[in-house]
Design a protein around this ligand. Structure first.
Ligand SMILES: NC(=O)c1ccc[n+]([C@@H]2O[C@H](COP(=O)([O-])OP(=O)(O)OC[C@H]3O[C@@H](n4cnc5c(N)ncnc54)[C@H](OP(=O)(O)O)[C@@H]3O)[C@@H](O)[C@H]2O)c1
Length: 286
């Protein structure tokens, strides 16, 4: 599709895994880009005539003042994936994105693209989705054209299996036949790039290969030339872990674990997109 690259796109999240690939796609597409980050020095090398790097903290509304002037589209991949700074999902996935949305509204931004996760609307009881979907509701009610992207697990997260495989054994819950189609950052970035000039409101997406947890565990072990040793723990044990973490730890600890253990307990398959294969990602990262 011919792109209307006379737009100015503001990207929040460029220092992250997905955001770095979206940045590349936008640069290649010759868009005018504003990248906002709390540590702008990490993006310094990208600065050019068309790429502006701006220091702004999405959790601090004052620092966002005027940031969306002249912007046509905002893309946000901001969210907590690994806890780093003691904030909650409500502080970041909800409130920080809302701060950005409020600023976008003030400046008359035409479109807001937000990255949630697969089946987020069906798992609202999980802390991460409580916050993400609360933001989705705000976005839908905002009057701005929006696209909500619901991707399957990223390749970056599949490294956890590789990590486990290094010890010679992978531990799974249940029979390991739960299937999903993880997606590479490059592919998801291209998918989001293609959405810039569409009216799509909500879309789920995954990678080209549908794999079971057994397949992925085997792939991780074989990439490291290890014999295939998989221990399948009873599903009741998974439920017990979630229950006890919820009871005895705070959301900052149990949130990410609850998210992964819940989503991995069932099939989560999204429409296929892209060409990058997990096997190649494992080979490059082993
Ligand atoms: N990983 C998955 O498998 C997966 C699957 C589906 C959906 N998602 C969602 O997709 C989005 C992007 O994921 P990703 O893997 O690219 O995440 P990531 O690598 O952790 O990047 C997250 C981005 O959010 C920013 N951020 C986080 N906390 C912040 C805070 N307190 N203040 C300001 N900025 C903050 C980070 O900035 P800093 O670099 O400064 O920390 C970074 O730019 C997330 O919302 C995630 O929940 C992830």
């Amino acid at each position: 599709m011919k792109k209307n690259n006379s737009q100015t796109v503001l990207l929040a999240g460029a220092t992250g895994y997905l955001g770095s690939f979206i940045t590349k796609a936008l640069v290649q597409g010759q868009y005018k880009i504003k990248l906002i980050a709390r540590s702008p020095e990490r993006l310094e090398s990208l600065e050019s005539e068309t790429v502006k790097i701006i220091k702004a903290e999405v959790t601090k509304p004052k620092s966002l003042k005027g940031i969306c002037e002249g912007v046509t589209t905002v893309i946000s991949t901001v969210g907590i994936t690994r806890q780093k700074d003691g904030l909650t999902y409500m502080d970041v996935d909800y409130q920080a994105n809302l701060n950005l949305l409020n600023e976008a509204k003030k400046a008359g931004v035409k479109k807001f693209i937000y990255v949630s996760a697969i089946n987020g609307d069906k798992y609202r009881h999980l802390k991460i989705f409580e916050a993400k979907e609360k933001f989705v509701s705000e976005l839908k009610a905002s009057g701005i054209h929006y696209t909500i992207v619901r991707p399957n697990g990223f390749f970056s997260d599949m490294k956890d299996f590789l990590q486990m495989a290094k010890s010679g054994r992978v531990y799974l819950f249940g029979d390991g036949n739960q299937k999903f189609n993880p997606i590479a950052g490059e592919d998801l970035a291209n998918f989001i790039y293609e959405l810039l000039d569409t009216n799509v409101k909500e879309v789920s997406v995954g990678g080209p290969d549908i794999l079971s947890l057994n397949d992925i565990s085997k792939m991780a072990l074989q990439t490291l030339n290890k014999p295939v040793k998989i221990t399948r723990l009873p599903d009741g044990f998974r439920k017990f872990i979630i229950w006890s973490l919820r009871k005895f730890t705070n959301v900052k600890t149990y949130g990410p674990i609850e998210f992964f253990l819940t989503l991995m307990a069932k099939d989560n398959i999204a429409p296929k997109y892209g060409k990058h294969r997990l096997i190649n990602f494992y080979q490059q990262n082993s």
